[in-house]
Design a protein around this ligand. Structure first.
Ligand code: C2E
Ligand code: MG
Ligand code: MG
Length: 541
């Protein structure tokens, strides 16, 4: 209601000004003829004198006329300026300031209109959700000015490819949407558009002497309004489906397009359930460390254990880290989860023979945290665990993230006496230079090569190459995934290794490990075996 008050007042003011002007004109016509005739007669013929009262009324009338006219002219200018301001405010509210495309607010309405139009002509609307790949990285690397130029150029390239009456919007960040009407069965035409957008966006963008290279992942959804649905609901649905498809395109390797499929909806539900279960399960102590033996292949003795996270989920049962670690990373819980597990593992490992080491896996995201080294040290001090018994395993993918940060972190961890292994070696793209400049203490050959060693000549040559690389650089090697005596035998041909794998037993719980070590006399002297086995939930309580 308050919003209506101002225009009403303005309209009233307009009416008053117009009223004054009209009245003044009437008065002028009414009094003017009598008074002016008197004035003319008295000047020319010298007969009589004009009525003073009427003359004053006329002068007042003229003043009113001038006032009314000026007010009216002012109001006209005011109205024109106001209209212009309102138009520009509407334009700003509907468009994205940087690229000039539609923005999120006006997008729904624009797609709803397309849906209505398509329904009238028996056509369908295709919505393409376009998300730039690794835009953040190029933004961080080349600066925000170049980042802005990339976004502006992206919008321009998409607009250039759109059919007439197509809609292009930027949803904020590096997400764009485009939509257009197609006749049913035009899948090929839509795919051609997606391919052309992919190709156009993959072309490098030059700005300020710098060259930015980005690609895009595109999700496509197509549909029309059913008999009962509203256009707005269809628009929302199409956007949601295109979004799901876009994530699928990212998962399939980026720089490509993917169509929406109904199974994606199910996957999404499962995924959000998983996220919630992880959030709930963490404080309930559902995540526990398991341990895999690490063996000196020469002597056959246990040298230590690698901690592997396990989740005992009430809904899903025992879940392996390949499933929940990536989700925990995405929802920002990896540091909390990992640190809770490391705390438990340090507590467990304190009971082992002091010669046994503990290896823990660290996510690339944790390595980006400048306080990680400090927090790890605090955990070691709190657990009274010597840093020399701890080994951190980082995967090759960490090395692509931010090599300078990783280097400084590795150096500070090493200064504390902690050892660093390069995990899953052979699966990434670490260069020899990286291996030389980063002070690793060990490389671990990925289990995919080791377990297929006797079956595949390729795997055998990779294992051989990594072994001679390790010898050349004086880097000790651990072979993961030793599943059979044949693999163990084949490995021995390539040199001296540490090893781990199902041949030596499956990863086991803390209690199983403790019992096993107790049997071998490998517990620290002050430790005695508990009477009853512990359960994950009993420990967390
Ligand atoms: P990884 O560090 O390479 O760990 C070895 C993986 O290989 C483990 O799988 C282990 O169970 C499996 N494995 C061991 N021996 C054999 C074998 O002989 N044959 C076969 N086929 N597999 C074998 P898991 O426990 O599922 O862990 C998968 C990955 O999850 C780990 O790979 C590690 O990168 C990650 N991960 C595990 N725990 C954590 C954690 O606490 N934090 C982080 N950030 N990542 C973790
Ligand atoms: Mg590992
Ligand atoms: Mg590994």
């Amino acid at each position: 209601m308050a919003g209506n008050a101002a225009p009403l007042k303005r309209a009233e003011r307009d009416l008053v000004a117009l009223g004054i002007l009209v009245t003044a004109i009437f008065l002028f016509v009414g009094t003017g003829s009598t008074v002016l005739t008197g004035v003319v007669r008295s000047w020319i013929y010298g007969v009589g004198s004009p009525d003073v009262l009427l003359t004053n009324a006329l002068i007042l009338n003229i003043a009113l006329l001038i006032f009314g006219w000026r007010r009216y002219a002012e109001l006209q200018t005011e109205i024109t300026e106001r209209r212009k301001a309102e138009e520009s405010a509407t334009r700003l509210a509907r468009t994205d300031a940087l690229t000039g495309c539609l923005n999120r607010r006006s997008l729904d309405e624009a797609i709803s209109m397309l849906v209505d139009e398509a329904t009238d002509s028996g056509d369908e609307v295709a919505v393409l959700m376009i998300d730039l790949d690794k835009f953040k990285r190029s933004n961080d690397l080349l600066g925000h000015k170049v980042g802005d130029a990339v976004l502006v150029e992206t919008a321009r390239r998409i607009e250039a490819l759109m059919p007439v009456r197509g809609v292009v919007a930027r949803l904020g960040g590096d997400e764009f949407i485009c939509a257009a009407i197609f006749t049913p069965g035009s899948d090929c035409a839509i795919e051609r558009l997606a391919v052309r957008i992919n190709d156009a966006l993959a072309e490098p963008i030059l700005s300020g002497g710098l060259r930015a290279e980005v690609t895009a992942s595109i999700g496509i959804a197509q549909g029309s309004r059913g008999a009962v649905q509203s256009a707005a609901l269809v628009a929302q649905d199409l956007l949601h489906r295109a979004d799901l498809a876009m994530y699928q395109a990212k998962r399939r390797g980026r720089n490509r397009f993917a169509w929406f499929e109904p199974s994606m909806e199910k996957e999404l539900r499962f995924r959000s359930e998983l996220e919630q279960d992880i959030r709930d399960g963490l404080p309930r102590g559902e995540f526990v460390p398991f341990y895999e033996k690490q063996i000196d292949l020469e002597t056959g003795e246990i040298t230590g254990f690698e901690m592997l996270a396990r989740w005992f989920s009430p809904r899903h049962g025992m879940v392996n880290p390949d499933v929940f670690i990536p989700v925990a990373e995405e929802i920002g819980l990896i540091a909390e989860l990992s640190e809770a597990l490391i705390t438990l593992a340090l507590e467990d490992a304190r009971a082992w023979d002091p010669r046994l080491t503990l290896s823990v896996n660290i996510s690339p995201l944790q390595l980006r945290d400048p306080w990680f080294a400090q927090r790890l040290l605090k955990m070691l001090v709190a657990a009274n665990f010597p840093p020399s018994r701890l080994e951190i395993e980082i995967t090759e993918t960490c090395l692509h993230e931010n090599i300078a940060v990783v280097r400084s972190l590795i150096t500070s961890l090493k200064n504390q006496g902690i050892r660093i292994s390069l995990d899953d070696f052979g699966t990434g793209y670490s260069s020899l230079a990286q291996l030389r400049t980063l002070p690793f203490d060990r490389i671990k050959i990925d289990r995919s090569f080791v377990s297929s060693l006797v079956r595949s000549a390729d795997s055998a040559s990779i294992v051989e190459a990594i072994s001679s690389l390790g010898r050349g650089m004086a880097l000790p090697i651990t072979a993961e995934g030793i599943e059979s005596p044949e693999v163990l035998h084949a490995l021995r041909r390539f040199g001296q290794f540490k090893g781990q794998g199902y041949l030596y037993g499956l990863p086991a719980s803390a209690e199983e490990v403790k019992r096993d070590l107790a049997e071998q006399g490998l517990l620290s002297v002050q430790t005695t075996m508990p009477d009853a086995p512990e359960t994950p939930s009993a420990r967390s309580a």
